[in-house]
Ligand binder design. Structure first.
Ligand SMILES: Cc1cc2nc3c(=O)[nH]c(=O)nc-3n(C[C@H](O)[C@H](O)[C@H](O)COP(=O)(O)O)c2cc1C
Length: 169
C-alpha cells in the first residue's frame, strides 16, 4: 500500500455511507489466482458490523463478470472516489470486463497487493469474504421488491466480508 494513504481503524471512517454507496457509488475489485483483475461499479450495499467484526455487505448479480473474480478470491476491495471520477465509475458500471480492458479505458491506476485497488481512490477497504448466499424469491417479505427488481429472476448474491484494512487519504 502506498504512502499517500494512511491506514485507519474502520471505526474512524468518516462520511455518510448511505450517500457514498447509493449516490456516489463504489468499485468492487478482485483478482483471480491467474493474476487477472476485474472491477465493477456498485450502488447497493452497506457497511457496518457482523459477527463481531467491522463488515461490508455487497450485492452482485449472477451475470456480472466481476462475480467470477470475487468468487475465486478470498479478498476483494471496495474503493470510494471523489466526484472527479464519476465518469470512470459510469464506464466501469456500463461495460463488462468480458468485452475488453475497461480498467485501462477508465484511466484509473490499478494497484496490486494482497487486494487490488485503485490509486485514485479516497477510501480503500480491503475485505475478506465471510459469507455468500443468493437472495431467494420466497424470502421477500415485500413482494414488490421482487417484482420491481428481478423480472429476469437474476437474484443478487449477497457477500458479507470483514474489513481487514481501511485506507484513507
Ligand atoms: C451506478 C451503478 C451501480 C451499480 N450497482 C450494482 C450493484 O450493486 N450490483 C450489481 O450486481 N451490479 C451493479 N451495477 C452494474 C454493474 O456495474 C455493471 O453491470 C458492470 O458492467 C458489470 O461489469 P462486469 O461484467 O465487468 O462485472 C451498477 C451499475 C451502475 C452504473
Amino acid at each position: 500500500m502506498t504512502s499517500e494513504f494512511r491506514s485507519v481503524s474502520p471505526e474512524e471512517l468518516e462520511g455518510n455511507f448511505i450517500r457514498r454507496i447509493g449516490k456516489e457509488w463504489m468499485l468492487v475489485t478482485a483478482e483471480k489466482p491467474d493474476g487477472t483483475v476485474n472491477t465493477m461499479t456498485a450502488g447497493w450495499g452497506g457497511i457496518g458490523e457482523m459477527w463481531g467484526r467491522p463488515a461490508v455487505f455487497v450485492f452482485i448479480r449472477p451475470q456480472r463478470y466481476t462475480k467470477e473474480f470475487v468468487d475465486a478470491a478470498d479478498h476483494f476491495s471496495l474503493t470510494f472516489f471523489g466526484q472527479n471520477q464519476r465518469k470512470a465509475l459510469s464506464l466501469l458500471g456500463s461495460r463488462s470486463g468480458r468485452d475488453g480492458d475497461k480498467i485501462q479505458e477508465s484511466g484509473l491506476t490499478l494497484v496490486r497487493g494482497k487486494v487490488p485497488y485503485f490509486q485514485e481512490a479516497e477510501i480503500v477497504l480491503g475485505c475478506r469474504k465471510l459469507y455468500c448466499q443468493q437472495l431467494a424469491p420466497e424470502c421477500f417479505t415485500d413482494a414488490k421488491c421482487d417484482q420491481d427488481w428481478y423480472p429476469e429472476k437474476d437474484y443478487h448474491y449477497m457477500y458479507v466480508a470483514e474489513i481487514e484494512e481501511a485506507l484513507v487519504r
